[in-house]
Ligand binder design. Structure first.
Ligand code: NAP
Ligand code: ZN
Length: 369
């Protein structure tokens, strides 16, 4: 009798289209350092302020690898990575005002924050004092359960955390802007990079190549500081005015005291001291490479004291600034260099990224089955 009643109830819900979570295909890891494989996850039905997005493209960030390997000690398994998402709006809640069905939209690293703290009210949701809700591997106090990211067919997100995508840009290449783009744009803006400044980008990967493009577009003299001799030509074609090979002590010595800003994207623990020597008086090195805990040995304080230098960090960017960055890319025709793959190639892409073999961002194409 109960089972007949519940069947009727489910039938009514299905007919009215209400309150039904949706099972979808996703790609993720079941446990630490597991390979990525196909799985089924559930997406909630849209709430009044939600948007349902059918995912077309999702970039692969080095943070995805850190999280699958639990490098930061806070992964929740199973984990479905992916926070560089582009897709089409397929359903909207009845209070949504910013988007309509058929719009092409983006979702980045955040899907929620408290909305009330000083950081949230300053449009800096990434520094939410209660901790923002990550697009994946985050407890979701607002909707329950754990978040699953963009290596999947569909995602449901509150409209506040959804971005408009400029219509003139190639959509497959836009995806990495949602993390690699904003993570490099935000510090360059915050530290007010301007024509005449000398900016060094350390590490030519997904973040680094966007750092070069943005610093160049902001009028700086841009220097690529790479550990890979074979990337020098690429760095110049991406916009770098000069290249330093960080493994070459002579090269490093010859460039001492030259830089206003260094943007450090290296994803592994390393000695910061040689880079601090490159800064001018009052220069700043900003860490965006996410190494935690930081195990780089002793920082030589004298390198900061002599020359009044600063060491700083920066985390993605707020929603308002992410929209500003997307619009800036639309106006200046700035796009990541991408290599398109299918979902079955994610494990190989991870291996290649760990072997420093990516030019310069992998993007998963979900439009090809
Ligand atoms: P990526 O594409 O793998 O690029 C990293 C680059 O760092 C490599 O291409 C390489 O450039 C350099 N590198 C790698 N291993 C190195 C080593 N052992 N010594 C020196 N240089 C090395 O990574 P990504 O996606 O750009 O991410 C970079 C880091 O930023 C990751 O830790 C990621 O988690 C973090 N991240 C932080 C934020 C944030 O908000 N702060 C946001 C996104 C990502 P060269 O060959 O030129 O040396
Ligand atoms: Zn990322």
């Amino acid at each position: 009798m109960i089972s007949l009643m519940s069947k009727c109830f489910l039938l009514i819900l299905a007919m009215t289209g209400e309150c039904m979570a949706k099972s979808i295909v996703a790609y993720g890891a079941q446990s630490k350092a597991d390979t990525i494989s196909q799985m089924t996850i559930e997406r909630r039905e849209v709430t009044p302020s939600d948007i349902s997005i059918d995912i077309m493209y999702c970039g692969i960030c080095h943070s995805d690898i850190h999280q699958v390997n639990n490098d930061w000690g806070r992964a929740i398994y199973p984990i479905v990575p992916g926070h560089e998402i582009i897709g089409e709006v397929t359903n909207i809640g009845n209070q949504v005002t910013k988007f309509k069905v058929g719009d092409i939209v983006g979702v980045g690293v955040m899907v929620g924050s408290c909305g009330n703290c000083g950081s949230c009210t300053d449009n800096l949701e990434q520094y939410c004092e209660k901790g923002f809700i990550s697009t994946y591997s985050s407890e979701d106090p607002q909707h329950g359960g754990v978040t699953y990211g963009g290596y999947s067919e569909n995602i449901v997100v509150d409209e506040k955390f959804v971005l408009h995508v400029p219509t003139n840009l190639a959509l497959n290449a836009v995806a990495p802007l949602l993390c690699a783009g904003i993570t490099t744009y935000s510090p360059l803006r915050n530290w007010k990079v301007k024509p005449g400044d000398t900016v060094g980008i350390i590490g030519l990967g997904g973040l680094g190549h966007m750092g070069v493009k943005f610093a160049k577009a902001m009028g700086a003299n841009v220097v690529m500081i790479t550990s890979s001799t074979n990337k020098a030509e690429d760095a110049k074609s991406l916009g770098a005015d000069a290249v330093i090979i960080s493994k070459n002590p002579e090269d490093m010595k010859n460039n001492a005291n030259k830089f206003d800003i260094l943007l450090n994207t290296v994803p592994v623990s390393h000695d910061l001291n040689p880079y601090l020597s490159l800064l001018k008086r009052d220069g700043t090195m900003i860490l965006v490479g996410a190494i935690e805990p930081f195990k780089s040995g002793e920082l030589n304080g004298v390198k900061l004291i002599v020359g009044r230098k600063s060491l700083a960090g920066s985390l993605i960017g707020g929603l308002q600034e992410t929209q500003e960055m997307l619009d800036f890319c639309g106006e200046n025709n700035i796009l990541p260099d991408v290599e398109m793959i299918t979902a079955s190639e994610i494990n190989n892409a991870y291996k290649r990224m760990l072997n420093n073999d990516v030019k310069y961002r992998f993007v998963i194409d979900f439009t090809k089955k």
